[in-house]
Design a protein around this ligand. Structure first.
Ligand code: GTP
Ligand code: MG
Length: 282
């Protein structure tokens, strides 16, 4: 479904980034790591992305918790929750397992997929590996089909520079229609800019215009609209009915199962812990 995107145009690599512990732009001075305290939160933020892109590293940096981090994919298997404060607001942050696609019928990826589709987080931060941008953008484009409330965290910038890759985050942000924040999460670089982008999307103070991919011809669009309207009528409160309609027309077995066995309604208000077993019936 992903349209071809122009490769982000080259720009000269910035001067080597040095960790700046005291610099106001880098040390996230207004961040309050709240550990497991998510009480009275104002907003819910989900961390999504392909496996091994640094989601748990970002989660730990923001919450002060110690989610398992390591250099192999598939470490995070269920969503972990933690809290952080930034300026006047309190956020609940959810560290999701890595996923390659929202289209997957793999049970391993259900937790992330179902939360992103039905949990309705206020902000979805998609953590991408700057050294594998093309592959990672597939998931970004899919997420942009279901929500515009997205921040792209362009992580592992240190590795990208080590490989001689130049990144043009402004061009990428224009193409995607959402904020793009370059980061080296392991050194806490870029955290402050990430926090600011999260706040802007949560409060709606930045106008995002998510890149949408058009699905097929007019007949397909018409069929999707009709089926979506019917889903809304039969399942009030269900999120992303256009997406579900499209998946049904394409014959997605997981979504078909959820419709026929009556679990579709229970997906509304999904949590990262409960959804997987509900959709798979395990
Ligand atoms: N060089 C570099 N390494 C990083 C950076 N961020 C994270 N890492 C490393 O990348 C590896 C994966 O990080 P995780 O935070 O576990 O990644 P994840 O996305 O949570 O992985 P899964 O839970 O398996 O999907 C670890 O070895 C981290 O230390 C970064 O900015 N630069
Ligand atoms: Mg993880």
């Amino acid at each position: 479904m992903a349209e071809d995107l122009p490769t982000p145009s080259a720009s000269p690599p910035p001067a080597a980034n040095t960790a700046c512990g005291t610099c106001v732009f880098n040390n996230a001075a207004q961040l309050r790591a709240l550990g497991v305290d998510v009480s009275g939160h104002d907003h819910v933020v989900a961390l999504a992305g392909n496996p091994n892109t640094g989601k748990s590293t970002v989660f730990n940096a923001l919450t002060g918790l110690r989610q398992h981090v390591g250099n192999w994919p598939g470490k995070t298997v269920t969503g972990a929750e933690g809290g952080f404060g930034y300026r006047q607001r309190h956020y609940k942050l959810i560290d999701l397992p890595g996923t390659y696609s929202l289209l997957s019928d793999s049970q391993d990826e259900d937790v992330a997929r179902d939360f992103l589709l039905f949990g309705q987080p206020d902000v979805t931060v998609v953590v991408v590996d700057a050294t594998r941008l093309q592959r990672n953008l597939n998931l970004v484009l899919q997420i942009l089909q279901v929500t515009g409330r997205v921040v792209v965290a362009l992580n592992l910038v240190d590795e990208a520079h080590r490989h001689g890759l130049a990144l043009d985050q402004r061009h990428l942000a224009r193409e995607l229609g959402v904020p793009v924040v370059p980061m080296t999460a392991r050194n806490r670089q870029g955290l402050d800019t990430l926090l600011e982008a999260i706040e802007q999307v949560a409060l709606g103070t930045v106008a995002t215009r998510a890149r949408r991919v058009r699905h097929g011809d007019d007949r397909t669009e018409h069929a999707v609209s009709e089926l979506a309207a019917r889903l809304r009528r039969d399942h009030p409160g269900l999120a992303n009915t256009r997406w579900i309609a499209l998946r049904l027309l394409e014959g997605d077995p997981g979504i078909e199962r959820a419709v026929t066995d009556g679990t579709l309604d229970r997906l509304s208000g999904a949590t990262p812990h409960a959804v997987s077993s509900e959709t798979t019936g395990t």
